[in-house]
Design a protein around this ligand. Structure first.
Ligand SMILES: [Zn+2]
Length: 226
């Protein structure tokens, strides 16, 4: 605390590390930073933890704002992936942006095709720029309005209509599909094909899919992470 405060997981200065022998068994393994480092919270939150507890610990002006925490938490929810080990005590983990994803809680490596959707949005008609926002795909994962348009945020101002899913993902016949539930503009840009409501588009590496033609509307580029 105070002037000499030091982050317990400071990457260089290890003088304030947690002493495992001082922990109660009920505090393990989650209290052991070697087994459960703060980086398990994923890339968006790691950046903010670094600013709060390393750069900004003695300099409040460098700490993230409440709005930045909110945005990072929301983006982190979209990086969550169910662990494939049915006995995993944690069940879910945050994708770590690697090409060989594995659950940090039980060590199980992901097996099979894993599509990661990179979101882009339009700031000028016809051109798309990256939003530093990714959506993980898993069976029965839903797609919402705030994924298809960067001007919509999942907060208390959403209308009832905006809370309804607009599509979902399924694994069927060895491929991942996006099923269109209520997207009027859904288009497979790679194949130049409109995908009407009730139909699906297969997720393959590099595929570009337009989600909305509205202002702020998004395009996804599929990346296979595994
Ligand atoms: Zn696991």
């Amino acid at each position: 605390m105070g002037l000499k405060a030091l982050f317990v997981e400071h990457p260089m200065d290890k003088t304030n590390r947690v002493k495992i022998k001082d922990l109660h068994p009920s505090q393990l393994p989650q209290g052991d930073p070697d087994k459960m480092p703060y980086t398990a919270c994923g890339p968006y939150l790691k950046k903010l933890f670094d600013r709060a507890f390393i750069d900004g610990l003695h300099d409040p002006g460098k700490r993230p704002t409440a709005g930045e925490w909110e945005e990072a938490l929301l983006k982190t929810v979209d990086l969550m992936q169910p662990c494939q080990n049915p006995k995993c005590w944690h069940k879910w983990f945050v994708f770590d942006n690697t090409t060989k994803p594995k659950c940090p809680f039980c060590g199980t490596e992901y097996s099979g095709k894993l599509p990661v959707l990179n979101l882009y949005s339009s700031r000028r008609a016809g051109s798309f720029t990256p939003d530093d926002y990714r959506l993980m795909v898993y069976h029965n994962q839903y797609l919402y309005q705030w994924h298809i348009n960067r001007n919509i945020s999942p907060n208390e101002r959403l209308t009832d209509e905006q809370k309804k899913p607009v599509g979902y993902f399924v694994y069927h016949n060895n491929q991942w599909l996006l099923i269109n539930q209520r997207l009027k503009d859904l288009e497979d840009k790679t194949d130049g094909k409109l995908i009407p409501i009730g139909q699906s588009v297969a997720l393959t590496d590099g595929k570009q899919i337009l989600l909305s033609k509205d202002e702020g509307g998004r395009l996804i580029i599929v990346q296979m992470a595994n």
